[in-house]
Write a protein that binds this ligand. Structure first.
Ligand SMILES: Cc1cc2nc3c(=O)[nH]c(=O)nc-3n(C[C@H](O)[C@H](O)[C@H](O)COP(=O)(O)O)c2cc1C
Length: 382
């Protein structure tokens, strides 16, 4: 099952493994992608990854979260990205690569952007920022910027675009009742809170044409008591699918939610602890057509769990940290490896990320022993 082909619209995919959007910290302060990024994506392609989603790329400077973040905010970035997508396709004609587009809204770090706006002026205790509520003109301007960046992604040779509508960034801020307290046409009900995402999607569709795959990463819970609820998530997902999304990757959390619940939470997982957003993800997909491609992200580690997810109707599984440790993960799983080597130690997040995010335990030869460990076979089948 893991190696069955599938499709998002007319984009064919060779297997069910998706490298989830993972900030590589490898673009320069003007947003130009570095050489290390090309090497990382080529390695993932050679390793058999069906779909590679880039680390989040900002669509305009006031939506930037980090100084070394990817970007697609100007036409000057089309050629450098084209060189990267061409290298990926040459390394593996079967691999596909999607650009993940984001505006950070209230989660833009003050060190990376000067103005911070959001749907509503809701204080973020994590960053200490109280954003300014956006005007209608600003909302419309950001929608246009998403569309312009989606077109750039297409012209740069990306096979698809994934809108980052999860993790508390701007689209997610509009979808969440916690961060969207508006009472105009952009807030006040599930469909009004979804309007921004729908308008972004429509504008991107107009820019890239009918058949180009547009997908989204979506929170199935904000992990906040006043965040999006399970009923609301199901309705939101159905609205977005109806508006023309090609696939949804489900995740959870926003910066303000407890750190120990973050999608990249620390700690090695038993199979029973894997796929930690599964319960909420099931609710999110409740009202979607059976054949609509929905994938899950967050702590998916063993073959047995992956197979169970596909058996119950998820179309794909998206993994992040395991691909930092093993860019050739798909080939290794194909050869029978029972689970990923990554033990979620989070040294990739906490350690030195120059020139690109990496796995210190692999670099220092501390991790690969795990793959041979006899306990693994037992873990994976339990
Ligand atoms: C270093 C790092 C950078 C990340 N950057 C992004 C990102 O740019 N976009 C995104 O949607 N998620 C990002 N995430 C979250 C992951 O995509 C994923 O949702 C999370 O790590 C859970 O998956 P995992 O348990 O397989 O790592 C990042 C995670 C890590 C570890």
């Amino acid at each position: 099952m893991l190696f069955d082909r599938w499709a998002i619209g007319n984009m064919e995919l060779a297997n069910r493994f998706v490298r989830s959007g993972t900030s590589e910290f490898a673009s320069d302060p003007a947003g130009f992608p570095g050489e290390a990024l090309k090497t990382m994506y080529v390695d993932l392609a050679k390793g058999g990854t069906g779909l590679i989603v880039t680390g989040y790329a900002y669509i305009r400077e006031d939506g930037r979260s980090d100084m070394d973040q990817n970007a697609l905010h100007t036409d000057e970035l089309i050629e450098p990205w084209r060189a990267i997508t061409a290298a990926v396709h040459e390394a593996s004609p079967e691999s596909r690569i999607a650009a993940q587009l984001v505006h950070g809204g209230r989660q833009c770090k003050p060190s990376a952007t000067c103005a911070t706006f959001a749907p509503s002026a809701v204080h973020d205790p994590r960053s200490g920022i109280t954003p300014r509520a956006m005007t209608t003109e600003e909302i419309e301007g950001v929608i246009e910027s998403f569309a312009a960046s989606a077109l750039r992604a297409k012209r740069a040779g990306f096979d698809a675009v994934q809108l980052h509508a999860a993790h508390g960034y701007l689209i997610s801020q509009f979808l969440s009742p916690h961060t969207n307290r508006r009472t105009d046409e952009w807030g006040g009900s599930v469909s009004k809170r979804a309007r921004f995402a729908v308008e972004v999607l429509r504008a991107c569709r107009d820019a890239v044409g009918e058949s180009y795959p547009l997908c989204a990463k979506l929170n199935c819970t904000d992990l906040l008591p006043s965040g999006i609820g399970l009923e609301q998530v199901a309705e939101t997902a159905a609205i977005l699918a109806d508006a023309g999304l090609g696939a949804i990757e489900l995740s959870a959390w926003m910066y303000e939610a407890p750190l120990e619940l973050s999608p990249s939470r620390k700690g090695d997982l038993l199979p029973s602890q894997e796929a930690y957003f599964l319960h909420e993800a099931r609710a999110a997909k409740r009202d979607l057509p059976k054949d609509f491609p929905v994938g899950l992200c967050g702590g998916i580690r063993s073959r047995a769990v992956m197979e169970r997810l596909l058996e119950e109707g998820f179309a794909f599984m998206a993994l992040s940290r395991p691909f930092i440790a093993e860019p050739d993960l798909v080939k290794r799983m194909h050869a029978g490896q029972p689970r990923v080597a990554c033990d979620s130690c989070n040294e990739c997040i906490e350690g030195e990320r120059h020139p690109i995010v990496n796995c210190p335990p692999v670099r220092e030869g501390r991790l690969y022993e795990r793959i041979e460990h006899p306990e693994w076979a037992t873990l994976a089948s339990s």
